[in-house]
Design a protein around this ligand. Structure first.
Ligand SMILES: [Zn+2]
Length: 349
């Protein structure tokens, strides 16, 4: 069995530590990837610390993976050694959704998460991208456009697709007014992708501290939500609002910013139930909806779109030995805008 080196959480309350484990012998339809960079997603922290109550240990987090193909199985047709590739939030799904070809496998119960889950056999744990190699079925490997550097491409695999999918589904484009709530790892991707789609983007952030960045990334307007005037001034303005924050906000106040037929779409995951007045929805035929990542087909479309428009996240590269302090900084929103682990640092003493 090929040996992988990485970092793992061994328990909900302990820091991540170096961890050596086995990857499977590649099958005919497998692609073996030398991982170069792995983004840090807030959900890595939730799962490493068992904040969703479904964690299994040891856990190697990481579902924003970018690397280079080092071997392919005999039946692989789409990839060859040396190709630049990515892996996102899942690495397999049930035969049922594959055969139906619905391209919504991210919503299927049989989807196999890249880490903190089990292979289709139900017993073999999956280990993620905070490691130097991964073996993935060809159908779950993405191709990274030549003009996107691997370090910056990594966060597209989760943060990028998390915003691209609802923007496209709710038809963000020319003539549409779109608000992005929150200017973090997810939100800043929403600004860049939404602007490239041709929509008029407004950022709604707690303060104006990142306003210059927001405008530079393509937003037309930028408002502080701590200022009550914002909610008066922008009432009835937006076709679409995408909420990237995982904290409690005044949902009715945000719904009131929508036009008739507008939609408020959650991609962040607040801990508590979302309290909404029926009036906020009924008076304006508004929708409250949610969205989770995207299918493999849509993720490839997103990567190609980002390649064409030269869209990449703003990142801070760290060594893997700094992962625990990076987690603390993510929790404090002290990163502009996504941490990416340089996997080569695993070889440092
Ligand atoms: Zn993620």
């Amino acid at each position: 069995m090929p040996i992988a080196k990485g970092y793992a959480a061994t328990d909900a309350s302990k820091p991540l530590v170096p961890f050596t484990f086995e990857r499977r012998e590649p099958n005919d339809d497998d692609v073996v990837i030398d991982i170069k960079f792995s983004g840090i997603c807030h959900s890595d922290i939730h799962q490493a610390r068992n904040e969703w109550g479904n964690s299994t240990y040891p856990m190697v987090p990481g579902h924003e993976i970018a690397g280079v193909v080092t071997a392919v199985g005999s039946k692989v047709t789409q990839f060859k050694v040396g190709d630049r590739v990515g892996v996102g939030c899942f690495v397999d799904s049930c035969v049922h959704c594959e055969s139906r070809n619905v391209d919504l496998e991210q919503y299927m119960p049989g989807v196999v998460p890249t880490y903190n889950g089990f292979e289709a056999d139900g017993v073999t744990p999956t280990y993620g991208g905070y490691s130097n190699t991964i073996t993935v079925k060809e159908g779950y490997v993405l191709s990274i456009p030549d003009n996107l550097p691997l370090d910056k491409a990594a966060p597209l695999l989760c943060a990028g697709i998390t915003l691209y999918s609802p923007l496209v589904h709710w038809k963000a484009g020319p003539g549409k007014k779109v608000a992005i709530v929150g200017m973090g790892g997810l939100g800043h991707m929403g600004v860049k992708i939404g602007a490239a789609l041709g929509a008029e983007i407004t950022v709604l952030s707690q303060s104006l501290s990142k306003k210059d960045d927001g405008i530079a990334f393509g937003a037309k307007d930028y408002y502080a939500t701590a200022d009550k005037e914002t909610f008066k001034k922008l009432a009835g303005t937006f076709d679409l609002i995408i909420c990237t924050v995982g904290t409690e906000i005044d949902w009715n106040a945000y719904l009131n910013l929508l036009k008739i037929d507008g939609a408020l779409v959650l991609v962040g995951l607040p801990e508590n139930p979302v309290p909404v007045h029926a009036f906020s929805l009924v008076m304006g035929r508004r929708s409250l909806a949610g969205s989770s990542i995207g299918s493999i087909k849509e993720t490839q479309e997103m990567l190609d779109f980002c390649g064409k428009h030269n869209i990449t996240p703003e990142i801070e590269i760290i060594d893997i030995q700094q992962v625990n302090e990076a987690y603390e900084r993510v929790i404090k929103s002290d990163v502009r805008y996504r941490f990416v682990i340089d996997i080569a640092s695993l070889d440092k003493a």
